[in-house]
Ligand binder design. Structure first.
Ligand SMILES: O=P(O)(O)O[C@@H]1[C@@H](OP(=O)(O)O)[C@H](OP(=O)(O)O)[C@H](O)[C@H](OP(=O)(O)O)[C@H]1OP(=O)(O)O
Ligand SMILES: Nc1ncnc2c1ncn2[C@@H]1O[C@H](COP(=O)(O)OP(=O)(O)OP(=O)(O)O)[C@@H](O)[C@H]1O
Length: 419
């Protein structure tokens, strides 16, 4: 619902004139195309076909509630700007002419008639750019679902991501199964987090991207292990560094740990399925915050689906959870959502991206050393930034989509694994 305050705010929106700026294609997903505006250190997130002004207003309210309730300084609420239709039409035309968009995404164009877009900081560069004394590397991870509700575990030995790999294989969407498992990334165990990062480097699919000084690198041919070596000497050190940052682990990077990481063997994937064991993570680390949001799902899928079955499915009901979340978030404190709302909030956290951006920096003075954002690793000092993006609300219809996807995943697992 857009109220009078929103309408007033929208009349006073800043108008962004893209023809005055130098912009570059940064990337895209299913719902948005993202342009970098390097001179401002920001990106412009433009909706694709199907997006409406109401979608963007909803997203902004939701984003704000998610930030307050779960992610704090790990994310920034995008700022709406007005962009003239002809300018977006011109961007669409130039992107197609440049041939930079992936061919399998071209069937959707920009929603140019909406005349609105969202500006956010460019997370692939350091916001405190003066700290950088070496090139700035960024690794973007789409971690996916890091746990499974205990009642859903009975149905399968694999987590949602690993089971989904077999469905993607069946459908020809991937040619090899990734050895990455989100349960490793969210396990709280440093060696499993390192392993998850290394496996992502080798089979990135759409779960890992890398950037150098804000420019996307190409990992289609052989993954990003070579880039990781360029950034950190070797991929093991790189994985140890990223794991330490994700776990907010100040004790990492000692000679002993770096040596342990460098000599560690990658065990074969277990045929028995995923490793569901996990230990608690530090409360302030980004992985703990994302997992807390994923755990807003408080029941197994069968209960979520039966609630869905009984609920109204009108257009107005699709995003009803957004304003309900906004209300509880405004009240502050801890809260539990009903099974459907909790599931939809969790679905957002299962589809977000996290960015670890870093560069070498000078040894800080004593006072600066206390600040977050500068870490010691091995013999070097690094300026580091961790951010989370793509926190859009999911419509109620996601439940039906997931019911179908889960059933197809089980069939695909049976076909490939015989169970
Ligand atoms: O269902 P999943 O797990 O495949 O996730 C979808 C993502 O696929 P992935 O498996 O990560 O390649 C999918 O990503 P891609 O388009 O494959 O890059 C979208 O993020 C989709 O969200 P939405 O429909 O645009 O809101 C995601 O759908 P939702 O589950 O978030 O609705
Ligand atoms: N704030 C940001 N800073 C830098 N790059 C960004 C930012 N936001 C998005 N990107 C880049 O643009 C890509 C697409 O953005 P985004 O994930 O928001 O699209 P989407 O259509 O919502 O994706 P999905 O298919 O997961 O729903 C990201 O993978 C990332 O590489």
């Amino acid at each position: 619902m857009s109220g009078p305050d929103e309408a007033t705010a929208e009349r006073s929106l800043r108008t962004l004139t893209l023809s005055d700026k130098s912009w570059l294609y940064k990337g895209e997903g299913n719902a948005n195309v993202v342009l970098a505006m390097p001179a401002d250190g920001t990106v412009l997130r433009v909706m694709k076909d199907g997006g409406t002004a109401e979608t963007l207003r909803l997203r902004t309210r939701y984003y704000d509630a998610i930030r307050r309730s779960f992610l704090d300084e790990y994310t920034d609420v995008p700022v709406l700007v007005s962009v003239h239709e002809e300018q977006l039409l011109e961007v669409d035309r130039r992107l197609r002419a440049q041939g930079c968009r992936p061919s399998d995404r071209l069937y959707k164009g920009l929603a140019f008639t909406v005349g609105l877009a969202a500006v956010c900081p460019d997370y692939t560069v350091l916001m405190q750019a003066r700290a950088a004394i070496t090139p700035v590397y960024c690794v973007e991870i789409k971690p996916k679902q890091g746990w499974l509700h205990v009642t859903d575990r009975r149905a399968q030995a694999r987590c949602a991501f690993c089971a989904h790999q077999y469905l993607k294989l069946c459908r020809g969407e991937i040619s090899v199964v990734s050895r990455y498992c989100p349960l490793d990334l969210f396990s709280g165990r440093r060696e499993r987090v390192r392993r998850a990062v290394r496996r992502l480097l080798h089979t990135p699919q759409n779960n890992l991207k890398m950037f150098l000084d804000g420019v996307p690198l190409d990992g289609r041919d052989g993954g990003f292990a070579r880039v990781a070596s360029d950034a950190f000497g070797d991929e093991h050190r790189f994985a140890e560094f990223v794991a330490a940052v994700l776990l907010d682990d100040a004790a990492a990077g000692t000679d002993q740990e770096v040596h342990a990481a460098a000599t560690e063997q990658d065990p074969a994937t277990s045929l028995a399925g995923c490793d569901f064991e996990a230990i608690p993570m530090p409360r302030d680390c980004v992985l703990h915050k994302i997992l807390t949001m994923q755990k807003m799902q408080t029941t197994g899928f069968a209960i979520v689906y039966s609630e869905y079955d009984r609920s109204p499915k009108s257009a107005a009901a699709q995003f009803g959870h957004v304003d309900r979340l906004v209300r509880v978030a405004a009240a502050g404190g801890q809260f539990v959502l009903d099974p459907l709302d909790g599931y939809l909030v969790a679905a957002t956290a299962q589809d977000c991206s996290l960015f670890v951006t870093f560069s070498g920096t000078r040894m800080p003075s004593d006072t600066v050393q206390q600040q977050r954002g500068v870490v010691r690793f091995g013999t070097g000092w690094y300026a580091v930034q961790v951010k989370v993006s793509d926190l859009d609300p999911k419509p109620l219809s996601t439940v039906e989509k997931h019911r179908k996807r889960n059933a197809d995943m089980l069939l695909a697992c049976e076909q490939y694994l015989g169970r």
